[in-house]
Design a protein around this ligand. Structure first.
Ligand code: GLN
Length: 195
């Protein structure tokens, strides 16, 4: 199975580098043809408004919506999670992007505030034992509420920092920056992309 990283803007090289340790022929996805060739997709962090605009410009909005609605195994980090959220609470930092709405969460962009734009904190991930996962949060969105169609899968203290809806995962932190492959392995295994 091909694995792809949506490669329009954001921390695409970091995702590709980590993923190629596990799935050597992971491809960047920039066109509908690229998208059609993958069986699992990563949505990187970056600027959600810019990524949304580029998805539209590249003719990817409708095909990506269709793949997501059919359960394309997807791991979305940070800006990627924002793009999948069903509901965005207005952010204090300018306009919010349109979203695909496939993850039943209410999210607010940049909600950890300017003074704490980036931080690292231990995260507990469902089904991953041993030491806590190193959570890297960069101008992260906050998950304000989880609806009935989504399940929490990651926590920083009491706060939910990751959810899934079936095969689609959304995280407010960046496992691709953590030098720890446990989240990637778990996601790829459930997606059927690891031998
Ligand atoms: N602050 C960004 C946004 O709102 C997300 C940050 C990130 O992806 N690291 O789109």
């Amino acid at each position: 199975m091909n694995v792809g990283v949506l490669a329009l803007q954001g921390d695409v090289p970091e995702h590709l580098r980590v993923l190629r340790e596990l799935v050597p022929d992971t491809i960047p996805v920039r066109s509908p043809a690229d998208l059609a060739s993958v069986g699992a997709l990563f949505l990187p962090g970056g600027e959600s408004t810019t990524i949304a605009r580029l998805i539209e410009e590249m003719g990817l909005w409708a095909p990506l919506r269709q793949r997501l609605e059919h359960g394309l195994p997807t791991l979305a980090t940070c800006a990627g999670l924002i793009l999948l959220a069903r509901d965005l609470a207005p952010s204090a930092y300018g306009r919010d992007p349109p979203t695909f709405g496939v993850l039943d969460v209410r999210v607010r962009r940049n909600d950890y505030g300017a003074q704490r734009e980036s931080f690292e904190a231990p995260v507990r991930v469902d089904g991953i034992g041993g030491r806590p996962f190193p959570g890297v949060f960069i101008r992260s969105p906050r998950i304000l509420g989880v609806g009935a169609d989504a399940t929490p899968i990651a926590w920083h203290g009491e706060e939910v920092v990751g959810v899934r809806a079936g095969t689609i995962w959304g995280l407010t932190f960046h496992p691709e920056l953590a030098r720890d492959l446990r989240v990637h392995r778990k996601f790829l295994a459930q997606a059927g992309a690891l031998l």
